[in-house]
Design a protein. Structure first.
Length: 109
């Protein structure tokens, strides 16, 4: 009886201690998992910031390239216009030269 009661109390105490240790281990595991997930979240946040910065840089580069393309298109258009003007001038020069040659030939004849 008293001996059995003491043994029973010791057994219950040991069970409570074991249960407490299990709970403490669970808490420790949960904290470890939480730390891991926090690190993952921080890494993802850092990657997101980096990608956002890269996307912004790419958008700026695209705007810059579009401006360069527009400037090149204007230069091309201007060059084409000058080429047409020069072609017309060359044709007019040839016509004038031919006309003068014809006049010279007529005068000599």
């Amino acid at each position: 009886s008293t001996q059995e009661g003491i043994m029973q109390t010791n057994l219950q105490t040991q069970n409570v201690k074991n249960s407490l240790m299990t709970s403490l281990n669970d808490i420790f595991d949960t904290k470890c998992h939480l730390g891991i997930e926090q690190k993952k979240s921080k890494t993802l946040l850092d990657e997101t910031k980096l990608l956002t910065t890269q996307a912004s840089d790419m958008k700026n580069e695209i705007v810059k390239l579009r401006d360069e393309v527009q400037n090149l298109e204007k230069q091309l258009s201007s060059t084409e216009h000058k080429l047409k003007e020069n072609s017309v001038s060359a044709n007019n020069y040839e016509l004038e030269t031919a006309k003068l040659m014809a006049e010279i030939i007529e005068e000599e004849a």
